[in-house]
Design a protein around this ligand. Sequence first.
Ligand code: ATP
Length: 291
Amino acid sequence: MNPPASAPTASAPTPLRPTHALRTHDVRVAFHGNEVVRGVDLELRAGEWLGLIGPNGSGKSTYLRSLLGLVPRTGTVELGDGRVPDPTDLSFMPQAPELPPGMTVVEYVLLGRTAHLGWLRAESVQDRQIVTSVLRRLGLASFADRQVRSLSGGEAQRVVIARALTQQAPVLLLDEPTSALDVGHSVEVLEMVDELRHQDGLTVVAAMHDLGMAARYADRLLLLERGAPQALGCPEEVLDPALLTRVYGHPIRVVELEGHIVVVPAPRPARPAREPHTTIDLQSRRTEEIS
Ligand SMILES: Nc1ncnc2c1ncn2[C@@H]1O[C@H](COP(=O)(O)OP(=O)(O)OP(=O)(O)O)[C@@H](O)[C@H]1O
């Protein structure tokens, strides 16, 4: 008897598993002829965390936004199956999200399910369960009925992360996810993202200014300078004091503390002694000008 069509046979080739979850090749973005992202190549495996680092204006947000199609780009962006990502594949936590007036936390976080809604556009019991579970995990259950506009900066940031997580997309893009959070809440949120990527194979790309936190959570770091990749590798390789000092324009020290990398600004070398004070007599100058 012939085997069913779908059963593997000895001669049938094993389907190749993609080696990457997200790949970008030669991604470039220009505004008014000025290129601000200059050829980013990346290949991320499922469950990998990439930390995007670099000084202000180095192109981190623009690169993330280009992956979502929010700004025009050239180059290629594809998922592991070769598809161009659609809105259900990438969830995004922007740096400065709009919090709509008159909306409660639970309504706002439910927006994360928008891409999954059926033709009736009504959320299901499962959508609500996902929202409840994310709110609980982020310690936000007691905020469910609060107006989003009434939250503190840190509370609002956690709510925005909750919305991104509720989408349950395989790739999570975070633009400075902890910029408004105190140290305790920063660790709590990053730990949760870390747990999700280990449990569910979530692939994370996060723009981060705190280089120590980036080293702690990311598997690899990509350092951008004026849109151009300067280094890509594990935190120990990329967080090279001489490289960081050059790119950030300030002396930087990298030290190890209890097994963690700590990045600290070093004092600048002593400046030459200032010229002695000269006092300008503004009153007499004025008098001279008037006379
Ligand atoms: N819509 C736009 N039009 C013109 N220039 C833009 C636009 N968006 C971003 N830029 C410019 O692109 C460059 C990169 O900005 P981007 O926000 O990506 O940097 P960043 O690394 O995320 O900075 P930061 O750490 O300050 O958030 C900056 O010089 C910025 O002014």
